[in-house]
Design a protein around this ligand. Structure first.
Ligand code: GDP
Ligand code: MG
Length: 718
């Protein structure tokens, strides 16, 4: 017989860490809500017959966010054999609110109070016996991080699930509420699922429409229930849902005063002290800017560049490319095959792999910022800033994740319950440079700006700027009007991340990058090589000496005019931008083939040098801007399609991204040309018109819209 234990708790309580420790499976450990959107399963160590189900992190069982709906549906409909409720020992108040709800489901609950290592260090004491008898379930203290107490937890959980030792909810509501609940229970006798009557009765009292619908109660019965609810509402002068919420909080805070003793109640912890500076009203944004700047500066410009130069120029340039060439010659393979392998595959894939060292350094920094707790602060800091632009900090979480890869970033938008906000977030998330765009940034920075310090960080800020501008413009259209979603988030205490967590996260990200180089990019480089090596030459169709006779050039020349106003009407750039839609790293791979990474190294030149001839500094930056902001790769476009769940919105999003990228690159190029050369042409005039339009859209008053504001999350009146 297979038993099921569901792991439930607030975000950031150590659920993922505990899940890994209990199942031994590998998972990504992040630090903000939104990562664990999907359900994950694993078997309990030492108990192959017990399945553990990781539920999304939630604050309550009200169906307001997607996570809450997922968790609640699972708990109510699938009915696991036990619930393992993980609770953050440093933050009992918020956590126990959920516990009071879980206790009502009629499923055995085991409470694990996590972060024992931290509470002990702070000198806090939690009386688990009092907690246990007040709640009516076993309570154990653990540290998911150090593994302390886990053995006992495993045994208790296994025993509870197998013997179905039902926990007895001890918490009751005030007299009038319990009176009404008893009436509702009586009126619905035989109509509610067995063992879950208390939960259903409370939900009926809260007038939860999902529950009302699912029970299909007769209108007469609903009326009768409603009269009971109204009586209480009149007596207590509040609406039913708020009454329940408030009474839960009262219960929890009274319980905490009995069972938890905080040693340094009035003393600031180190974490609080750091937060005083880092989330300070005036310093927060400058500090964030400096940190992101340093991260990009170090990984792309200093350490990263040296390593990448070595890989590109020495490893590939001096060792692999000549070596492969000689080897092929000694085998006497056909010229075209040698060309395919050396000029096609090695040049293309090699140009992409060359950026792995830079990427690894960047991933180490990002994983550290994530795991130590700073990323959660960034979302909080930016929430405050973003509200000024009518966006919410919740939109920023997908963007933070999107700095690794746009696909999970887009998927993390599910944490946003408000539809317009969600759509807008999906549309703008990929403006943040993902790791696959790093090689493009590094290439442009290296070839045109001699690796100058500001280029790589500037790309990041172009992305943020694009999001802010788009946010303001889109919010003023009818489709996106409405208040930004409320943003609630627990800030976990800062902590030193474990090396294991960082290594796992870096490995996960870089291995998927390398894997992509071996599959999608390999195939595209082969295709690009064929298209660039064959064409109509003097003797009809066949291999051509001159790149300009190739099929690729013919295609490129057909589309290159589109990009001429942006300063890079050369067909090679147009083709590269196009192959970037398959995977952004491709763009560099394509340049590797078209500008001959192999030849460059044979002639002892640097790859950067041959490439630098075709662009001016301004057109290179315009090329960078366009490729940073235009439609993402096919994988991310697929994610947009899935999350939008509408072809119309999907096309709209892609169209908006490409159009926006084009406009910004156009304005940048035309104005910088005008400033440096003083020539005013058709392009400059077009840029003026576009700028005027953008400024108008930015500063026009928000159109009055009184239909779009739907209150999704009525906050309890206090
Ligand atoms: P989730 O959001 O609930 O899945 O939480 P995670 O498992 O991602 O943990 C959030 C953070 O808390 C991570 O940085 C963990 O390393 C850290 N953490 C988890 N459990 C413990 C613990 O017992 N002690 C300490 N000090 N940190 C922990
Ligand atoms: Mg998690």
């Amino acid at each position: 017989m297979q038993y099921k234990i569901a792991l439930a708790g607030n975000p950031n309580t150590g659920k993922t860490t505990l899940f890994n420790a209990l199942t031994g499976s590998n998972q990504f450990v992040g630090n903000w809500p939104g990562v664990t959107v999907e359900k994950k399963e694993g078997t309990l160590i030492g108990h192959p017959d017990i399945l553990i189900q990781d539920l999304p992190g939630i604050y309550s069982l009200s169906p307001y966010t997607l996570e809450e709906v997922v968790s609640r549906t699972y708990l109510v409909k699938e009915r696991p054999d036990a619930i393992l409720n993980i609770v953050d020992g440093t933050n009992l108040e918020r956590n126990l609110y959920l516990t009071t709800q879980l206790m009502e489901l009629g499923i055995p609950v085991i409470m694990a109070v996590n972060m024992l290592d931290v509470t002990r260090k702070n000198g806090d004491i939690i009386h688990t016996d009092i907690l246990s008898s007040a709640m009516g379930c076993p309570v154990l203290e653990i540290s998911a991080r150090t593994g302390e107490g886990l053995k006992e937890l495993v045994e208790t959980a296994a025993k509870t699930a197998k013997h179905q030792t039902l926990s007895e909810p001890r918490h009751t509501f005030s007299g009038p509420v319990e009176h009404a609940l008893a009436h509702i229970e009586e009126a619905t006798q035989g109509l509610l699922p067995e063992h879950q009557t208390r939960w259903y009765v409370i939900k009926l009292f809260e007038r939860d429409s999902n529950v009302q619908d699912s029970l299909k109660l007769s209108p007469g019965l609903l009326d009768h229930i409603n009269s009971n609810i109204e009586a209480v509402e009149n007596e207590l002068d509040d609406d039913a849902e708020s009454i329940i919420t408030n009474e839960r909080y009262q219960f929890v805070s009274q319980l905490i005063s009995k069972c938890a003793v905080k040693k340094n109640r009035h003393q600031l912890t180190t974490s609080d002290k750091i937060d005083r500076i880092v989330t300070n009203r005036f310093l927060a944004l400058p500090i964030f800017a400096v940190i992101m700047f340093l991260v990009y500066y170090v990984s792309v410009t200093t350490i990263g560049t040296d390593a990448t130069d070595w890989v590109n120029d020495t490893l590939f340039g001096e060792i692999i490319v000549p070596g492969a060439g000689e080897l092929m010659d000694s085998w006497g393979v056909a010229d075209w095959l040698k060309g395919l392998v050396v000029d096609g595959i090695i040049s293309g894939v090699g140009a992409v792999l060359g950026f792995v060292p830079q990427m690894v350094v960047l991933f180490i920094f990002l994983a550290f910022l994530e795991a130590c707790g700073y990323m959660a602060r960034i979302a909080f800091i930016l929430d405050r800033a973003f509200r000024k632009f009518g966006l919410s900090g919740k939109s920023f979480i997908p963007m933070l994740i999107g700095s690794g890869c746009g696909v999970p970033g887009i998927m993390a938008s599910r944490t946003i319950e408000n539809q317009p906000d969600r759509r807008m977030t999906i549309m703008t998330t990929t403006f943040i440079p993902c790791s696959a765009k790093m090689p493009i940034i590094a290439l442009i920075a290296g070839a045109y700006f001699h690796g100058e310090w500001w280029v790589a960080p500037s790309a990041y800020f172009v992305g943020i700027g694009a999001i802010i501008v788009s946010g303001i413009i889109l919010k003023k259209t009818k489709m996106f009007a409405g208040d930004p979603a409320p943003f609630i988030m627990e800030l976990p205490a800062y902590h030193m991340p474990t090396i294991g967590n960082i290594a796992r996260s870096v490995w996960e990200r870089s291995s998927s990058f390398i894997k992509k180089a071996g599959t999608v990019i390999l195939l595209s480089t082969i295709l690009v090589w064929f298209l660039s090596s064959f064409g109509y030459g003097d003797e009809g169709f066949g291999m051509v000496e001159d790149l300009n006779d190739s099929v690729l050039s013919a295609i490129g020349q057909k589309i290159a005019w589109i990009f001429a106003p942006l300063g890079w009407g050369d067909w090679k750039a147009a083709v590269a931008a196009f192959t970037g839609l398959i995977a952004k790293e491709n763009l560099v791979g394509t340049f590797g083939i078209l500008y001959g990474l192999a030849e460059a190294s044979e002639e002892g030149e640097e790859f950067w040098g041959t490439f630098a001839q075709d662009f001016s500094v301004t057109s290179a930056y315009s090329f960078l801007v366009f490729n940073l902001l235009c439609a993402p790769c096919v994988a991310a476009m697929g994610a947009i399609r899935r999350e939008m769940n509408s072809t119309k919105w999907w096309l709209g999003a892609i169209g908006y991204q490409c159009g926006f990228a084009y406009c910004i690159a156009l304005c940048f190029y035309q104005f910088s040309e005008f400033i440096s050369n003083g020539v005013f042409g058709v392009g400059t005039a077009a840029a003026c018109v576009v700028t005027a339009l953008i400024l108008y859209l930015l500063f026009r008053p928000a159109p009055h819209n009184d239909t779009a504001v739907v209150e999704l999350n009525p906050s309890p009146s206090k």
